[in-house]
Design a protein around this ligand. Structure first.
Ligand code: 26Y
Length: 803
């Protein structure tokens, strides 16, 4: 069927009437949105169904991406784009006098993630489908997802994000695919049955996992994959075992929020239960599907690849072992062979505190059989190292130590592939943090630099720039992101450069309007829009940014006529609810903002905007409007970063340390088109090894540092008596763990260069153009194609020209 405007208009009117008994003039935006979504769903449901059937019939090997987070954002526009219906729908709605973009605003972000890792998982879903690769997601359908952030008196307040209140248009509940999960058995004994030893669980509870499937539509190729999100319920037959409200509430809590507060043992246990819940549900459902298709489990690795996204789903390994041993009666060696062939693992951080370790008794209580299996994996592992004569590597790599289970060890030992997410990160993994594992299993380690989906971040988010690109280099970049390089030919073309600047300006106007509405603050699109958007973390160094803002403010107070380019500092950041330091930093940013934004004497040369409740949708508004991208983590700490890629793709110039994927961005755009500063990885490593860093020396010996830090504690910034002192202490008494003071002067100097560069609009636009042109390098399509070829061994089942 040809999807014409006439057909669309007719269908739209019909469905609106059938669904809501209203005509267009009376319909609310919500009703219009629902109607539109229903047409979109009908448009891909058949392909979705066929895809599932084809994969089963053809025996295509499929990848399953297990992730505790998925952060897709809104789906209406990306589904329309991927189906090739975008322009037709906009034009049809226009004929009906409906503002498409207003309707899209109704959709709540699917915010089942907290940051880079979750957004990456969503980008991979889109990229897999768009590459025609059979790849599915497996995660949790959180009722509230990550909290909704409000800023009250400068403080972060966490509220539930009721994203499901009005339903989710994109999900389909599949009762027939529900599976049961046994938890909290008090004891497991082995009984002989039909010649096999089978485990019998005593005590405990059964939880039913019910999947909600979301179709993931590929870009104009007819491929629709599956994102399966699990909800927890009490099975009817089990109701008698849940007698108190408290017990029932526990089941509700299980899929209530992402990352329950882990400052209490209750919260930590809840997260562990979540991890086991979605892992067990996912693996059981994969095995069921595999058996139903008539395949032998011996051959599981010919049909299935399971990917463990960070350590959160690492119980995949003992859970698959459990099912193979106990339910399918494989011997250990055979089961282990199958498991390691199927599993692969991505590491997203090398920071010790973010590496999961679980007290043994948590796992014992959760599922004693899983604990037994982990112990046996450990026993055999230790034995094998002894046999290999590598006993010296046992203490650092073993799974169980100090009464804790190290999830990284389990992940590496139980997988055939371990990858990092940027070149530097993989190198550090191999040479430092996971070096002992690398010595044991060098062939498992590989790099897969992260990627982003240009479709969302350019085609959807930045229509102004997209138009300029279409006009200048044609439309092939919309299909093949590498074609953005064609833009390089125009780097000295004044007309094109002006158009790029104009597009940026329009995006800045749009963001300024939003800021006026949301923050009540007037900002000028003529100022530099200087953007730092990411989770609030000390290593990401929002503090470094803040100290420089204070410095500029002090300079201006001393000399109101100081010749600086007006700048608007834009922050978007959530702090983990239990992360006190991060919350203190948010308060300080907001209070410095209050002071500066209300000070008439500095003639609007500085403004500080904290955009609350940062999300994918807000990123779509902010990123196209950014002039400067702040990627200023302490070298070695940011595994990759992905907002750095999105911002460069949208023509922002990066101020960066040599960390994560910043290094690869620099390699792409060249030294002249990026602003690099700060300690290098070797310098940071040396400080850490020699422990020679002394923050007080910086404070005492460098007047500009002293002046800025003193402002935190001398009352010159109102309302931060406690928080200012806290930050001061972090940077001095606690010896500035992230080397903020060491990098401060370098940061000021590079920002001075940014200031000078911005004064030459055409030269700036040229740098911007080069960044845009090189943005295609970081396409998630290419990244997942590398995973497909080198880790999962899956092949495209839909070619582009089949669309
Ligand atoms: C401790 C625990 C529960 C935990 C919770 C969340 C551990 C890690 C995370 C999230 C990590 C995360 O988002 N990491 C980011 O992954 C991105 C995608 O690879 C990277 O670009 C980014 O540098 C990294 O910080």
């Amino acid at each position: 069927m040809q999807f014409t405007k006439e057909y669309f208009i007719q269908e739209f009117k019909k469905r609106l009437n059938e669904g809501y008994a209203v005509d267009i003039k009376q319909a609310s935006n919500f009703e219009l949105y629902q109607t539109l979504a229903s047409i979109v769903r009908s448009g891909y449901n058949n392909a979705w169904h066929q895809n599932i059937k084809n994969n089963a019939r053809e025996g295509n090997k499929q990848a399953y991406y297990f992730s505790i987070e998925f952060l897709p954002g809104r789906l209406l526009q990306s589904n329309l784009l991927n189906m090739g219906w975008y322009d037709t729908v906009i034009s049809g709605l226009k004929d009906l006098d409906i503002d498409f973009y207003e309707v899209t605003e109704i959709e709540k972000d699917m915010a089942l993630g907290n940051g880079g890792l979750g957004r990456l998982a969503a980008a991979f879903m889109d990229a897999l489908a768009s590459s025609g690769l059979p790849g599915n997601g497996n995660g949790i359908r959180y009722k509230y997802g990550l909290f909704k952030q409000k800023i009250v008196d400068g403080y972060q307040v966490e509220l539930p994000n009721e994203w499901l209140n009005q339903g989710n248009s994109w999900e389909v509940r599949r009762d027939s695919k529900a599976v049961d999960i046994h938890i909290n058995a008090t004891e497991v004994s082995l009984l002989e049955k039909d010649g096999h030893l089978v485990p019998v669980y005593h005590g405990g509870k059964v939880i039913r996992a019910v999947p909600y499937d979301v179709g993931v539509v590929g870009f104009q190729n007819g491929c629709v994959n599956n994102l399966r999100l699990w909800d927890a319920e009490i099975p009817e037959s089990e109701e008698v075992n849940y007698r108190t409200l408290d017990e029932r509430r526990k089941i509700e809590d299980l899929t209530s929020i992402l990352y329950p507060d882990d400052s209490t043992s209750e919260g930590r246990r809840l997260r562990l239960l979540q991890e086991y819940f979605f892992v067990s549900a996912g693996i059981q459902s994969i095995l069921k599907h595999h058996k139903k298709a008539g395949h032998n489990l011996n051959k599981l690795a010919d049909y299935v690849a399971i990917h463990i996204n960070d350590t959160h789903p690492v119980l995949c390994i003992p859970e698959l072992m459990r099912l193979l041993l106990d339910e399918e009666h494989y011997g250990w060696d055979e089961a282990w062979e199958i498991t390691t062939q199927v599993m692969s693992y991505t590491n997203h951080t090398l920071m010790a505190e973010a590496m999961e370790k679980w007290p043994i008794h948590y796992i014992q209580e959760l599922q004693p059989r899983i604990y037994q299996i982990i112990c046996e994996i450990e026993r055999r592992y230790v034995e094998s190292l002894e046999k290999r004569g590598q006993a010296e590597l046992i203490p650092s790599t073993r799974i169980i130590a100090d009464n804790q289970i190290r999830m990284v060890s389990l992940a590496i030992i139980g997988s055939h592939s371990v990858n990092g997410v940027a070149k530097l990160h993989t190198e550090l993994m191999k040479s430092q943090v996971l070096n002992d594992f690398y010595r044991l299993f060098p062939e498992r380690f590989n790099n897969k630099t992260n990627g982003i989906t240009e479709r969302r971040w350019l085609q959807i988010a930045n229509r102004e720039l997209s138009k300029v690109l279409d006009k200048t280099i044609g439309k092939t970049w919309r299909y093949a992101a590498d074609d953005l390089e064609m833009l390089l030919k125009y780097q000295d073309d004044e007309k094109v450069l002006k158009e790029i600047n104009h597009a940026k300006y329009q995006n800045k106007v749009r963001l300024a309007e939003h800021v006026k509405k949301s923050n009540g603050l007037k900002i000028s699109p003529d100022a530099i829009f200087d953007v730092q958007i990411k989770r609030l973390h000390e290593y990401k160094r929002q503090l470094l940014n803040l100290l420089r803002i204070i410095k500029l403010y002090q300079d201006l107070k001393e000399n109101p006529n100081l010749d600086i380019q007006p700048r608007v500092f834009i922050f978007g950041a959530k702090a983990a609810p239990g992360y006190h330091e991060a919350k203190v930093i948010i308060k300080c940013i907001n209070e410095v903002g209050n002071l500066i934004n209300n000070d008439q004497t500095i003639q609007d040369k500085l403004k500080v905007v904290f955009i609350e409740d940062y999300s994918v949708s807000l990123a779509e508004l902010i990123i196209p409007a950014a002039d400067v991208s702040e990627q200023i983590s302490t070298a070695t700490k940011e595994a990759s970063g992905t907002s750095n890629m999105k911002l460069m793709l949208n023509g922002a110039l990066t101020v960066a340390t040599l960390d994560g994927a910043n290094i690869e961005i620099k390699d792409q755009v060249g030294d002249d088109n990026i602003f690099i500063f700060g300690l290098t990885k070797d310098e940071v490593t040396a400080h850490n090894q020699t422990q020679d860093y002394c923050a007080w020396d910086y404070y005492n010996n460098i007047p500009v540092i002293k002046r800025v830090l003193d402002a935190l504690i001398d009352g010159s910034i109102p309302n931060i008596q406690v928080e200012g002192r806290h930050v001061f202490d972090l940077l001095t008494r606690f010896n500035d763990q992230f080397f903020v003071l060491a990098d401060f002067e370098g940061y000021l100097a590079i920002q001075e260069q940014v200031d000078q560069a911005y004064r030459k609009p055409l030269a700036w636009a040229k740098m911007s153009l080069i960044n845009i042109a090189k943005g295609g390098h970081f396409s998630a399509d290419k990244t997942v194609q590398r995973y497909a070829k080198e880790i999962w061994h899956i092949k495209p089942v839909v070619e582009k020209d089949e669309a």
